[in-house]
Design a protein around this ligand. Sequence first.
Ligand SMILES: Cc1ncc(COP(=O)(O)O)c(C=O)c1O
Length: 475
Amino acid sequence: MNDAYQGPTITSELGRLPIEAAADRNRLSRGTAGEVLDMIDGAPVAELLREHGSPLFVFSETTLRRKLRHFREAFTSRYKSMSFAWSFKTNRLDAICKIMKDEGWAAEVVSDFEYQKARRLGYEGSQIVYNGPYKSRASLKTALEEGALIQIDSWDELAVVEDLVEELDDTFDVGLRVWLTTGHAPVWSKFGFSMINGEAQQAARRIIRNPRFRLHTIHCHVGTYVLDPETYGVATQILLGMRKNLSDDTGHLVPCLNLGGGFPSNSLLHGMIGPAEVVIPPIEDYADAIATELNALPKRDRPLLRLESGRFLVDEAGYLITTIVAIKGGPRPDAPAETLSSIVVKEQMLLSDTARLSYVLDAGINLLFTANWFAIQPYPGRRVETLPVPTRLLGCLCMEIDVIRDHVDLPRLQTGDHLTFHPVGAYNFDQSMQFIYLRPAVVLIGTDRKVHQIRRKETLDDIESAETLPAHLSG
Ligand SMILES: Cc1ncc(COP(=O)(O)O)c(C=O)c1O
């Protein structure tokens, strides 16, 4: 027998470079190869750009319908009495809102412009929930006349609505927006009546006492991208407590609770460690938290539960395809990719920001406003066989703060390469701005895989048609 010590045999067991092997063993890593996105629902990215120009917003009807059905199923399988509304401000493109309507979702609007848009899209007044901190008197009157549910946000608004119902000489269902604390930070206290100082209860009693009103809904929206499902369990408990107190005091059992939106999509905030599918709780956990509270009530006392989701439903359905228009910093642009040794990479990381490898894109925060908070993932349009290097993605605006990603690992790309950002379907189109560039085209890839242009690229005429030169400046 040979007792001599035998050292372990060290091999590159995966047959790959050590850096790649290490990354592959890391539970949170996706490996170093990096994902490529060259097709969206069967449509080649390069062809989409040839046809519609770059940058380009792309929406997937298949993904959107899948998310809607997933959300609906998660809640209706746990609680029977449900109503679903679509938060228009999350994405108000006609085609997107029509899909929501087609799937049976009511409209949740927050301004008189959105109200008109919903009506034009064929929503009846009775299919509209009207929220928001400022609703003009004229729009409140129209909403009452057309049977929309106004969710009253302040004492001033309550006074206007009280005044209007006298004029209109009828009785109306209304809702009341409240804010509360659940332990989730930050607390959204800008909207509605406070439950903490009792004004929400006071406003509710004033509405119930008025024979022209029926208090139909108590509504709260605790925030957006809420990562703790239990927040909703606590909010439900608090609203049920308020409903019970009101019922005990006045005999009126409010028929509907509206818990707003706020359910997260598969996106990460800057600084969060992913992958998103691991970090973001599934929608079923949120449905459980709410349904557990509601199902604890005797059947006859259970309210209608309304939800008005946005981000969860549409974010993953949206992509923004961009093109690299310039490369700055890093190794010389004409250096062959193989020269990007680890020493060069280290040098780049140690050098100042301006020397870092940066790609200038033909889109910036003018189109990706949510990039201020979210680390939106860029996917190259082709596979590049170099190791990823720390890269900065700069937008095309003349603003130093227009940086879409300050640090993202990408393989070495060339001017003219495409980067597709995903998910970007929530809020980015609606919050896009015409600061130095006009908005690009938007296409929808239908469930039939056909590409439909749903918004054309804007032109100078679109902007100028709203302007007038005074006589002394024209000519
Ligand atoms: C009143 C109200 N309801 C619903 C939503 C939709 O929220 P989310 O996109 O987080 O689902 C919002 C957005 O903040 C809102 O203010």
